[in-house]
Design a binder for this molecule. Structure first.
Ligand code: TXA
Ligand code: MG
Length: 319
């Protein structure tokens, strides 16, 4: 099977109703979607992605109302978060109802849920009478796709359809926060929505135990989003860094490394705009991975707002 790519909402819906998985656009990254209420479709997602089954999936829906049946009762903060940030790059870990299959949550008692801000995918979700489980549409451990062509390159032989919604406008995955049994909110993954904005609604977000490669800490795999070319995240700044060995590609934010050919330096945002940097990050890593460099040096971006998600992805892409 070789994937067709197109904008056919009804084609995508038909495959999904038949229990198949298709790629869908979101504002963050492309997702590999299947019927979240059908364990066979969910199993197929894990198979296509080659993803370990202990790593649970995000459930995508078009409204909190539509999600009512799959969630256990939740506090009013959830309504406030939904009103402020949905549709958008925010995922909430909330207590689930029995209707969500165990495979979706890897046996955990909370489900990750989000309303994506992409017009095509919102229309698709509205036309279906089930929600869509969707991880990022990349082989496990590789960089997330931000265009339909990225998906076709890597998963095109294993899925029937790629719904093409153009390049992703945010470019890094959603921010994940979890409602803890004691009523506090924890930050599980920095992402496309700045934690500072969320904290205006939830109060302080607490950190969760970091960097465990264990099922008890899903979402926290420390090696992830990685290109095949070894990437070194620098701890210094371009102004004081040594000259890298020949064959190195340099990723900077808005500043070149002096004394190294500009042709092998790639700025995420010459204007110093974190949103532009996030939008370009994954496509750049893919391009550099195919360009024949022996290594990649990356300098961190300012560690505020979206910058925290970018630095987190660079850290996980690193060796
Ligand atoms: O922006 C996004 O979030 C994209 C688009 C497609 O929506 N999706 C995405 O999915 O990044 P994925 O599977 O690549 O990352 C989801 C993360 C995983 O690290 C997973 O461990 C965590 O969310 N997660 C999902 N369900 C969970 C649960 N029930 N408990 C704890 N963590 C969960
Ligand atoms: Mg992923």
């Amino acid at each position: 099977m070789r994937a067709m790519t197109g904008t056919g909402l009804e084609t995508a819906a038909q495959w999904l109703r038949q229990g198949e998985v298709v790629a869908i656009p979101t504002e963050t990254v492309y997702g590999l979607a299947g019927n979240a209420l059908d364990p066979a479709a969910v199993a197929r997602i894990f198979e296509v992605k080659n993803r370990p089954r202990f790593n649970p999936l995000i459930v995508h829906t078009h409204s909190l109302m539509a999600a009512a049946d799959w969630l256990a009762p939740y506090p009013d903060t959830v309504l406030q978060l939904a009103a402020a940030f949905w549709p958008g790059p925010l995922t909430l870990l909330l207590p689930k109802s029995p209707l969500i299959p165990h495979l979706v949550t890897a046996g955990h008692d909370r489900v990750a849920i989000r309303i994506p801000a992409h017009p095509l995918t919102l229309s698709l979700l509205e036309s279906l009478d089930f929600p869509l489980a969707a991880p990022s549409a990349n082989p496990f451990g590789y960089i997330s796709p931000t265009t339909a062509a990225h998906v076709a390159d890597q998963l095109g032989d294993n899925i029937p359809y790629i719904l093409d919604g153009g390049p992703c406008q945010v470019g890094v995955e959603s921010t994940i926060i979890g409602l803890e049994p004691d009523g506090r909110w924890c930050l599980y993954r920095s992402g496309g929505l700045a934690a500072e904005k969320i904290e205006a609604v939830t109060g302080p977000l607490y950190p969760v135990g970091n960097q465990h490669d264990s099922p008890s800490a899903p979402g926290m795999l420390s090696s992830h989003y990685a290109p095949r070319t070894p990437l070194h995240l620098r701890q210094d700044t371009p102004a004081v860094a040594p000259v890298p060995p020949a064959g190195t590609a340099v990723i900077g934010f808005d500043q070149y490394l002096p004394g190294y050919p500009a042709a092998h330096q790639y700025l995420l945002s010459p204007d110093g705009d974190l949103r532009e940097a996030a939008r370009h990050l994954f496509a750049l890593l893919r391009t550099l991975d195919q360009a024949g460099y022996t290594s990649i040096w990356a300098f961190p971006v300012p560690d505020t707002g979206l910058g925290r998600a970018i630095n987190d992805r660079l850290r996980r892409a690193g060796v």
